[in-house]
Design a protein around this ligand. Structure first.
Ligand code: ADP
Length: 427
């Protein structure tokens, strides 16, 4: 049987076939473009967009644009995170970030040296395994972080204590922020303050007890005029002792609270030396109770110029050294006071005595407040234990240094070396 297709029917079928073929071709073409697009997207990051036109071209263009925006955001975030970590790194306090299991996620250099951690090796290690101080271990286990913990630092040694203040702060999703602070200096200052208050109280209580004892004696006992005078003179001695202690304390607190002396006020060095010699000679006469001195006191001034600073402070510091030399040197001894320029433009004020000398173990502590080698001699001669602390303070304020050289049985030499900036030669 032959197919007979009428010309009327031929046109729509051909058209349909043509349309189908076209659609199939378009489909294949589109699939291949989609495959190219997919291939391109599989690269991370995608490079060189393969399709420029059509829907796929636009789609890829948009994908590429949003990828670029994402990349920029990631770079921004990373930069911000790095800035943030650099700020934490620069912190003077130790910072450790711990995950909910107590493993180290990040820590700064300060924390590493506080706890002896290695910045790379110890990441992801449990902090409780690395910091084995018992106080820290139980603090960590207690989960009660309201209070700070005081614990020894990693390099803590008997002669060189290191104290840390440590506190944990819970944050996001069970994590912990561990902050550590070196409080060694604060604790030492606090201990010094406590010692100072205890020393001052003790120094004042002793003469006060003696004074009130005498007052009671005077009130309760029938005394002869001679005995009365004797007690009154002892009472005067005790009150003078308290007065000089309070005076020295006031001098120290004034030195600590006032700004360093400027260089605009100049005093004559020869005049200062003459005053010091006269004061020294007067003191050794007073100690003898007659006008004959107990010691030979000599002065040698080889600098005819001027010194800048607070004249009263300089006189009191140098006078303290002279009075110490006289007070601690036995009768018949010799005291030499000198002021000499040195080759480098500096000048040295020196007090040398022929006294008993000081054992080497005491030398580093002599300028501590209330430190005395010979306690009874200091008290007998009206010492407060604050003299050398004042001298050191005055020297420092004037940019000068105090050095002490002494040997048992060979006398002592106290030197204050003044910088060239504080000296002006005579015209
Ligand atoms: P003080 O008021 O007791 O003299 P200082 O601070 O002036 O206090 O001196 C501290 C200690 O140093 C004194 O108690 C004394 O033991 C010792 N010292 C000071 N100067 C001399 C010296 N020239 N010779 C021997 N010992 C001295």
């Amino acid at each position: 049987m032959a197919w007979a297709v009428s010309p009327e029917a031929d046109h729509p079928v051909a058209a349909l076939l043509g349309a189908l073929c076209g659609a199939a071709l378009w489909f294949v073409f589109d699939i291949s473009r989609a495959a190219r697009a997919l291939r391109w997207m599989r690269f991370d990051p995608p490079q060189g967009q393969p399709l420029q036109r059509g829907v796929w071209g636009e789609l890829l263009e948009r994908v590429q644009r949003s990828l670029r925006t994402r990349d920029r955001e990631i770079i921004d975030c990373e930069k911000r995170l790095n800035d943030f970590l650099s700020a934490l790194q620069a912190s003077p306090n130790g910072v450790v970030l711990l995950d909910p299991q107590g493993r180290i996620e990040w820590c700064n250099q300060t924390a590493a040296s506080h706890f002896g951690l290695d910045l790379k090796r110890d990441l992801q290690q449990t902090i409780g395994n690395l910091v084995r101080d018992p106080g820290f271990v139980s603090y960590l286990a207690s989960r009660d972080f309201d209070q700070e913990l005081l614990m020894p630092g990693r390099d803590n040694r008997p002669g060189r204590p290191i104290r840390l203040s440590v506190q944990l702060y819970p944050y996001g999703g069970g994590r912990l922020l561990l902050l550590s602070r070196d409080v060694t200096a604060v604790e030492q200052a606090e201990a010094m303050r406590r010692d100072f208050v205890a020393n001052v109280s003790h120094e004042i209580r002793t003469p006060l007890t003696v004074l009130s004892g005498f007052v009671e004696t005077l009130q309760t006992l029938e005394l002869s005029a001679e005995e009365r005078d004797h007690y009154l003179s002892l009472m005067a001695q005790q009150s003078a002792r308290m007065q000089s202690l309070v005076n020295d304390l006031l001098i120290l607190s004034r030195l600590e609270g006032s700004p360093p002396p400027g260089v605009e006020v100049w005093s004559s060095v020869p005049l200062l030396m003459r005053q010091l010699l006269q004061d020294g000679q007067a003191l050794t006469q007073v100690m003898n109770g007659t006008e004959h001195p107990l010691h030979e006191v000599h002065a040698d001034c080889q600098f005819a110029g001027q010194i800048s600073g607070i004249a009263q402070e300089l006189h009191s510091a140098m006078g303290n050294l002279v009075s110490n030399a006289i007070r601690y040197t036995p009768p018949g001894g010799r005291i030499d006071i000198s002021f000499r320029p040195s080759q480098d433009g500096q000048a040295v004020f020196k007090v040398a005595d022929s006294g008993p000398g000081i054992a080497p173990e005491h030398l580093p502590r002599l300028t501590e407040r209330f430190y005395r080698v010979d306690r009874s001699r200091s008290r007998e001669t009206g010492g407060t234990g604050l003299g050398l602390a004042i001298v050191k303070h005055v020297a420092q304020r004037h940019g000068a240094t105090l050095t002490i050289e002494s040997q048992l049985g060979k006398g002592s030499r106290f030197r204050i070396t003044f910088p060239a900036s504080r000296l002006r030669p005579a015209d």
